[in-house]
Design a protein around this ligand. Sequence first.
Ligand code: FEO
Length: 398
Amino acid sequence: MYQPVQLSEDIFYIGVNDRRTELFENMWPLPRGVAYNSYLINDGKVALLDTVEIGQVEKFLKKIHAVIGDKPVDYLVINHMEPDHAGSVNIIRQLYPDMKIVGNKKTLPMVEGFFGITENLVEVKEGDELDLGSHKLQFFLAPMVHWPETMVTYEQTQKILFSADAFGSFGTLDGGVFDDEMDFSWFHDEMRRYYSNIVGKYGSPVQKALEKLSALDIKIIAATHGPIIRSHIPEVLKMYDDWSSHKTQEGVVVAFASMYGNTEEMAEVTARAIAEQGIRDIRIYDVSKTHSSYIISDIFKYKALVLASPTYSNELHPNMEALVNKLKHMAVKDHYLGVLGSFTWAGTAAKRLKEFGEELKWEIIGTPVEEKHALKKQKYDECRDLGEAIASRLKADR
Ligand code: FEO
């Protein structure tokens, strides 16, 4: 019934779309859903590359059957054990009891830990090869892109990189499966939101993986999420290189928490001064309204950040605290930071935000502005001064 989607001779996409799950990892909003990609090589030996999230297993099994009919699966290569990909491993093993599960020395204990599977396991090391007949797979470890066991598999004859989470994206595959079957630019923001929030903490391992992969001739990147890439490979490699090395572009994210609008007003005044100095890309976010994943994604894109928070019970506003904690957890690097705060009886927020920037070794621009009660002339002018200083700093990099 299914018409399998072919990457090349004998190699098929058999992934599924998930439009029902609200939160990826029960944290990250999925307004455009998410795709769990899996691949099947129907050669002398049949190899399955990763599975799908367990809730999608029925569709997945139909797709396997559409490609191989009653032939058994000989190998299941597990590039990544996170359950959005490994969720169906146990069912697949039950259907194909003689199937060998291929992973590295960090994968196999997870296979036992999650599923109790201890037999028919094949451990592979860096550079090992697996001959399927006419197709040959080679394995490269990519630890921490996104988990310690993560590896990628390179199909040598067709030059396809099965890249696990690397180069993946949020968003379902809506008819088009390959990047040249769609307006690929529509995926850029969701690719960056996926990278920054899911893998962004591990910039250095991603850099190491990119260096390793640069030795390979890659014609197709087949990730476990998002479009299969065959027409935008240099562009996508550059995106990953920029994001993982914390390269940003000119622009400012202004993220504020505000209970009654006073701190928001300071953010607006600052943003206006930045714009008047010729900075075009300014994104203002209310941290109580916009999910942090979108704010963090734009922080990975733009060089400067203004954080604005009222003091709340002698601390940061809790929603600003949550954003700042995530940025610390991700160890985001190389940003300019402007600080705004407000308070009613005792000010703490501006001090905390400045300390946060110093902890991440960001460059603090100008002097933090902190107002008591409503915004008045002196602090209004200081907000403008801060905005102008941020714009000047950005323009000095041109
Ligand atoms: Fe898509 Fe780290 O799992």
